[in-house]
Write a protein that binds this ligand. Structure first.
Ligand code: SD4
Length: 323
């Protein structure tokens, strides 16, 4: 009895090892999932990933990694597109947008939030402490103050000077890959295979007062589905909202596309919608799937993203682009 049971176990192991891993979509051969993994947009993703990795490599939760990671550019006054030091709207006010989403589809967001350095943390409080998903403007600020966040001046001397320079012509023309649109979007899978994401920005520089982009909108700037993967976006938010971009990328992965294929398909949808406009602007998508595979694609050259995993360690890549 004992012998045959041992035999059975031995056979089981060898049969199992001969079988291909089947991916989450039931197709193809896969290697075991790469995890933990964190990916984030633009060059500042490298620094943000370092903070996120401290949590992920210690077996921590992806949601905590996301919050700590994106706080890095939020708190850096030299980054003029996120948090403190962000370029203001055309009236000289720094207004921040952020959202966060976890593996259980819990999510929180703040839009047009002023005076708070870490909107991602306010978004998390909205998710965890309120029955709502999104708070806007004064209401978001009031809530943040009630939660103990400090009111601060976010307009640095440099950003104020840049705004005053802009006022001379007051021309609103977003240019690809310059600091007027560098949001940090970050998605991560932890050692338990739970996926979360966050996205935070000061939005398009010199936008109209009250304008909100894609970044704080669940489905547009960020989407997580723990069975499938997660995606985030950067660039001209209006174009991302039109196609509900990050949700689209995740749904395309659900249909069996790789993160790379899904990001490419979403970008092509933008081109199809607005062929002329798409030549002038930048939009980029970044995604991971449940196997820890990642992909990115942009309209224009120059979209960089950082990947931190056991294999890659922390490296910056430039995404392929449509143009
Ligand atoms: C927005 N998508 O407000 C943001 C800006 C951005 O890289 O991503 N910049 O439209």
């Amino acid at each position: 009895m004992k012998t045959s049971r041992r035999k059975f176990i031995g056979l089981g192991a060898s049969v199992l090892s001969a079988l291909p891993f089947v991916n989450a979509f039931g197709k193809g051969r896969m290697t075991p999932a790469t995890k933990p993994i964190v990916v984030s947009t633009w060059n500042f993703g490298i620094q943000a990933n370092v903070e996120a990795w401290k949590i992920l490599s210690a077996g921590g939760r992806s949601l905590d990694a996301i919050e700590k990671g994106v706080q890095v550019p939020e708190g850096d006054p030299k980054e003029s597109s996120v948090g403190l030091g962000g370029l203001p709207d055309r009236e000289g006010k720094v207004t921040l947008d952020a959202c966060i989403m976890d593996e259980k589809a819990n999510c929180g967001a703040v839009v047009c939030l002023e005076h708070i350095v870490h909107p991602i943390s306010v978004a998390r409080k909205v998710m965890e402490e309120t029955p709502h998903v999104m708070l806007a403007g004064d209401g978001a600020l009031q809530f943040a103050l009630q939660q103990g966040f400090k009111k601060e001046n976010l307009l640095t001397k440099e950003s104020e000077a840049a705004w005053k320079e802009w006022l001379k012509t007051s021309k609103y023309k977003p240019i690809a890959n310059i600091e007027n649109h560098d949001t940090i979007g970050m998605v991560a899978m932890d050692a338990k295979s739970n996926i979360s994401g966050g996205c935070t920005t000061s939005g398009m520089a010199y936008k109209m007062r009250g304008r909100v982009g894609d970044s704080p909108i669940i489905g547009a700037g960020l989407f997580v589905d723990n069975e499938i993967g997660a995606a985030t976006s950067t660039g001209v938010g209006e174009e991302v909202i039109r196609i509900v971009g990050s949700h689209l990328v995740v749904e395309l992965m659900r249909q069996g596309n790789s993160p790379q294929q899904a990001c490419e398909m979403a970008v092509r949808r933008i081109v199809k919608n607005q062929p002329e406009n798409s030549k002038q602007i930048q939009v980029g998508f970044l995604a991971i799937n449940k196997n820890g595979e990642y992909g990115a694609y942009a309209l224009q050259k120059g979209f960089t993203y950082a990947v931190y995993s056991p294999e890659v360690q922390n490296k910056l890549f430039e995404a392929k682009s449509y143009y």
